[in-house]
Structure formats: C-alpha cells, structure tokens
Design a protein around this ligand. Structure first.
Ligand SMILES: NC(=O)c1ccc[n+]([C@@H]2O[C@H](COP(=O)([O-])OP(=O)(O)OC[C@H]3O[C@@H](n4cnc5c(N)ncnc54)[C@H](OP(=O)(O)O)[C@@H]3O)[C@@H](O)[C@H]2O)c1
Length: 329
C-alpha cells in the first residue's frame, strides 16, 4: 500500500458543475466552468495513513490548464457572487475570505420547488444558517456540484429530503468564520474543505454550499491542504469519497487489476489514481470517448479504451474488478 502520493499524482477535476448544469449554460448563458483540480482529502478516507502525510507528503503536477474559474448563474439576469478566480499556483486566500462581520442575510442559489434547472433562482436575502454546537460556519470560497444535486433538485429523493426551499451544494471549500461551543479542532480563520452532508440522501442540509455561508459539522471537514487552492479543494470531496469507498467495497488491494468505465469522469479519474497510487493496482484499463484517451493514460491507465469505437466486453483480458463510473447510469 503506497503511503504517499507521487509527485505526479493529479486528477482531472471532478466535473464540479456536472453535465446538466453545463447544459444550463446554453439556456441561461454566462455559466462558465473550467476546472482543473488535484489531490484527495484522504486523511479521513485512509485510516492507515497519518493525517499529516497528505498535507505534507506530496506535491502536485497539474495538467496543462492551470487556472480554474467558476462563474455560477442561477438565473439569466443575476450572478451569484460565488465567482472565484484562482490559479493552481496561487495559495493566497481570496478577498472573500477576509470576514470581519457575519451578516444575517446572504446571497445564495435557491429552489423552492422541485423541477428542472429553471427552478434555481438567485436570492440575496437568504438567512445565514445558525451554527449548532458541533458545527462551524464557513464563508464559502468555492462550491462543488455533483450529480446528486441535480437528482435532488428534480425531486428524486423527495421522501428523505430536507424541506424546501433548498440551497444546493454538497462540496465546499472556504474559511471558518464562527465555531459552535463543542467545536474542538477548528478555529476562526482555518481554511477547510469537505462534503457537508454525512448522508447524501437522508436529510441532506437544507442550506448547502452554493451560498455565501454554510454551516457544517466539524467532523465532516478537513483543513485544506496548502498545495490546493479553494476551487481545487471544492472539486474533490464527494467524488473522491465515492471513488475510494467503491474500491474499498470491492476489497481492492495491491496486485489486483481493474477496468474503470468512464475513467475520465469525476469519479472515474479519481478511481484510476487511487487504484494506482494508493491501492497498488497491477494493471488499469479505462474507457472514455476519443478525446480523453490521453487523459486516461496521464492519470495512470495502462490501457485506454475508446468506448465510442470498442466494446469493453469484447476485450480478451479479464480484470479482478470492474468499476462502473458512467455518468447517467
Ligand atoms: N460525482 C460524484 O460525487 C458521485 C457520487 C456518487 C455517485 N456518482 C455517480 O457516478 C456516476 C458518474 O458520476 P461523475 O460525476 O463521475 O460523472 P461525470 O464526470 O459527469 O461523467 C460524465 C461522463 O460520462 C461519460 N460517459 C457517458 N457514457 C459513457 C460510456 N458508455 N462509457 C464511458 N464513459 C461514458 C461521458 O464522457 P464523454 O463526454 O467523453 O462521452 C460524460 O462526460 C453517475 O452515475 C453519478 O450519479 C457520482
């Protein structure tokens, strides 16, 4: 089991604004997403590795595109002020993190009814969430959206969802501006990141990360590694938890081989890297469309399969594990 990530460990971003939101760009305009992100939060995910190994033990190599930019638009006419520009090499906290006072109301993306992307609205009068004793209040610098946000908005988890209206967003990176009475390990000014929902589908938080502030249990957060900027950090939590947990559930271990379906996607790109650098896979094959084959190889795949031209089921080779990370599945 590898104890540290090599210099080259990197990841294509989890598609922080997933496909449906990207399609929204065409409908509402002005949504831009250029994400390049790196390195997992594995202190919580990998019990065998001491927590400081991950913040200190490796550095990153980024793909050619080094800047990351998120501009979110909740409605055609309004821009939420979550817009963040950063560079993978710039570690300075953006202006937005210098918080001297906490307002009672904030800007957020909200929906008051289930439906398509059109139900998402910009609201500049959302109450800043109260902080419970085991929680911290985060001034959000970057937020990540995952497929679950879209499915939730469509009402697919209605039975176990929190009440409407909902501020979406599970993934967050930002700065702690307030701590609850029982919080022991975090303090004001800490740069943190994480997935704000302990259980994705059972009562996810009503006030998520697509807002200026979000309240999160301390136990769900980790200090942001210094070699990740906020956008990169917000691109990781849910996808890498999924990637890691899937590998763990299969009992994946050193010397085993794996076929990753959708190896270029948010989850799949992390599966490849975890399988190779953390679990010690003996061989990795992965599928993607034609334009992403080089990415697969750069992430660590030994065999890159173009799913638009080849059927992986026709491969003569057998694998110990097949990890299906296909979007829309
Ligand atoms: N992201 C998360 O945190 C998370 C958490 C839990 C579960 N999941 C689930 O995991 C799945 C993947 O999520 P994701 O966020 O990784 O998705 P994603 O990055 O949005 O993946 C979408 C990509 O899947 C590729 N794809 C579609 N059909 C394919 C096929 N037959 N073979 C290979 N690739 C194919 C497409 O690539 P091309 O554009 O190249 O065709 C598409 O761009 C989804 O079902 C999601 O619900 C995700």
């Amino acid at each position: 089991m590898a104890e540290r990530f090599p210099e080259s460990f990197r990841t294509k971003a989890k598609l922080v604004v997933y496909r449906e939101f990207i399609e929204t760009r065409d409908k509402v305009g002005n949504m831009e997403t250029t994400m390049t992100t790196a390195v997992p939060k594995l202190t919580a995910l990998h019990p065998r590795i001491p927590s400081n190994s991950f913040s200190l033990g490796f550095s990153l190599t980024f793909p050619a595109k080094k800047s990351a930019r998120v501009k979110q638009t909740c409605s055609p006419s309004s821009h939420i002020s979550l817009r963040v520009s950063s560079s993978s090499q710039s570690q300075a906290a953006p202006e937005a993190t210098k918080v001297s006072s906490i307002p009672s109301e904030m800007k957020a993306c909200v929906y008051g009814e289930y439906g398509g992307v059109e139900v998402l609205k910009f609201d500049d009068k959302v109450s800043v969430p109260e902080v419970k004793e085991d929680q911290v209040l985060i001034k959000v610098v970057a937020a990540g959206l995952n497929p679950v946000d879209g499915k939730r908005r469509q009402g697919k988890f209605k039975a176990t969802d929190s009440p409407l209206p909902t501020v979406p967003g599970y993934d967050v990176a930002g700065v702690v501006v307030k701590v609850g009475d029982q919080v022991k390990g975090l303090k004001e000014g800490d740069a943190v990141y994480g997935n704000i929902n302990e259980k994705a589908l059972e009562g996810p938080k009503q006030f998520g990360s697509l807002a200026e502030y979000t309240a999160v249990e301390e136990k769900l957060l980790a200090l942001k590694p210094k070699n990740l900027d906020f956008i990169q950090a917000a691109g990781l939590p849910l996808a890498i938890e999924t990637a890691y947990e899937g590998l763990e559930r299969t009992g994946f271990s050193a010397g085993k081989s794996i076929l990753v379906l959708n190896g270029a996607g948010g989850v799949g790109s992390l599966v490849i890297q975890l399988a190779k650098h953390v679990f010690g896979a003996s061989r990795i094959a992965a599928t993607s469309s034609s334009g992403k084959l080089e990415l697969l190889k750069s992430l660590g795949a030994d065999l890159a399969i173009d799913y638009t031209k080849e059927n992986f089921e026709d491969l003569p080779e057998k694998f110990d594990v097949v990890y299906d990370a296909i979007g829309n599945s």
